[in-house]
Write a protein that binds this ligand. Structure first.
Ligand SMILES: CC[C@@H](C(=O)O)C(=O)SCCNC(=O)CCNC(=O)[C@H](O)C(C)(C)COP(=O)(O)OP(=O)(O)OC[C@H]1O[C@@H](n2cnc3c(N)ncnc32)[C@H](O)[C@@H]1OP(=O)(O)O
Ligand SMILES: [Co+2]
Length: 134
């Protein structure tokens, strides 16, 4: 069911300095910051030949990444995003098998303008999983 690794996300306390690390020290191509108020984050994408790294900074009150950063103030790997062909088919299969789909259970539009949803980390070996329809 899952296809390509779309991105690995890293929660960071300071998006500007994290972006500078990837751009200036690691020599990567980075995007401009993109505010995603519906998701409570601002994102920068680091473009790699085979996938992307998504740098995440909290945006607004009640950001879903705030508790994670409170536990790990210097940041850390937050989620992996896998591509799927049909997110509703994927969601319904996972729910039928007992996986917890986070939020309302309905996909939201993600940073690439495509539907995304999240699966509880406790159901996937302690790893938060994002699915993105491509
Ligand atoms: C920009 C849009 C989009 C894209 O297009 O790419 C994005 O990527 S948006 C990214 C941000 N959005 C989300 O993460 C949405 C889904 N996440 C959530 O709903 C919450 O973050 C969460 C997964 C429910 C956790 O919320 P939190 O407030 O941290 O809950 P708890 O404190 O109760 O934690 C419960 C339990 O789970 C462990 N945990 C929490 N986050 C993670 C994580 N990222 N990876 C692994 N484990 C995680 C946490 O440690 C707790 O464990 P215990 O202490 O053992 O109970
Ligand atoms: Co993501």
């Amino acid at each position: 069911m899952i296809g390509r690794l779309n991105h690995v996300a890293i929660a960071v306390p300071d998006l500007a300095s994290a972006t500078a690390l990837y751009r200036d020290q690691l020599g990567a191509t980075v995007s401009e910051p993109q505010a995603e108020p519906d998701h409570g984050v601002t994102v920068v994408f680091v473009e790699l030949p085979n996938t992307k790294v998504e740098l995440l900074e909290p945006l607004g009150e009640g950001s879903p990444i705030q508790a994670f950063l409170d536990r790990s103030p210097s940041g850390g790997i937050h989620h992996m995003c896998f591509e799927v062909d049909d997110i509703m088919v994927a969601r319904d299969k996972l729910k039928a098998e007992g996986a917890r789909v986070l939020g309302s259970g309905d996909p939201k539009i993600g940073a690439h303008g495509k539907p995304v949803l999240f699966l509880h980390p406790k159901d996937f070996n302690g790893t938060l999983i994002e699915l993105e329809e491509v």
